[in-house]
Write a protein that binds this ligand. Sequence first.
Ligand code: AHG
Ligand code: MN
Ligand code: MN
Length: 347
Amino acid sequence: MTIFGPNSLQPNPMSQKNTTLGEFIIENQSEFKYSSGELSRLINSIRLAAKVVNHEVNKAGLVDILGAAGDTNIQGEDQQKLDVFANDAFIKTLTNREIVCGIASEEEDDFITIKGRNEKNDNKYVVLIDPLDGSSNIDVNVSVGTIFSVYRRVTPEGTPVTLEDFLQPGNKQVAAGYIIYGTSTMIVYTTGHGVNGFTLNPAIGTYYLSHPNMQFPETGNIYSVNEGNYVHFPQGIKDYLKYCQKEEGDRPYTARYIGSLVSDFHRNMIKGGIYIYPNTAKDPNGKLRLLYECNPMAFIAEQAGAKASDGFNRIMDIQPTELHQRVPFICGSIRMVEKAETFMQGS
Ligand code: AHG
Ligand code: MN
Ligand code: MN
């Protein structure tokens, strides 16, 4: 149980100290086992790109006034769709700062090799990103996000990255996080020492530690699933949903589904709940991407005391075979995920 967590009515000594994300990164750098400052610089670049994307996301409602996507804006520049904009912003920031040796993005067919300083290929980390998650929500002013995942390369430094550097199981992640562009903009991330959340003060462009040591409640009463696909769900998920809806004990649970994984996950982490995107007859591997969405969220979930599974296996133990691989995803409060797994495995 968190004593001074986001759900607590106790005063939070960390936020009284007004720790900024920049200070937090420096103060906690030594916790990281390969501590070289490189990972800190990487998180710093993500923080910067997130501010740029945040600014653009906040203008999204003005797009019809300033010029729709595909049009030319007042400066004569082409307007971009936000997912393309976010993809470019993250790739440019990470490339220009010569911090990583490679990037894979949901928006790119193949991974990008970055040669780094003096073209030496001597950087250690690869980043995988979903630059804009929940992009269908942009037009209707609903929260969207960015998800990122960081691995140490497995090929020798000094050589260009290969696919092998990206196809690592989630249990090899050294950092993962998300940015939520919501009523407030937040960065939530882990380097394997718990999960911390930082809220942007837009007036001064600084992120403050607002949610130290975030913990998923062990159980909850929210289930998040696109129930419109119910008829196509596997029997185990159908049975689990009937269990969620049954009047018994603390049930029926409440259904909450935004359609933006970052937002659904964030709410469930604070309130307690389960997120499900199962396989269907049409999509036998589900919809969500193992490398850009499921692994980073699974790492955060486990670091916050929760669980992520495909119904049978731990998400982070799945050996990826391709960059854009999809996987069924069940993630959230540990008791709820365990229960859903028993239905999957019994069906
Ligand atoms: P993206 O916008 O990056 O393509 O991801 C959308 C994902 C995820 O965020 C969300 O939970 C899910 O797709 C929603 O899918 P449905 O519309 O099929 O429910
Ligand atoms: Mn996504
Ligand atoms: Mn996306």
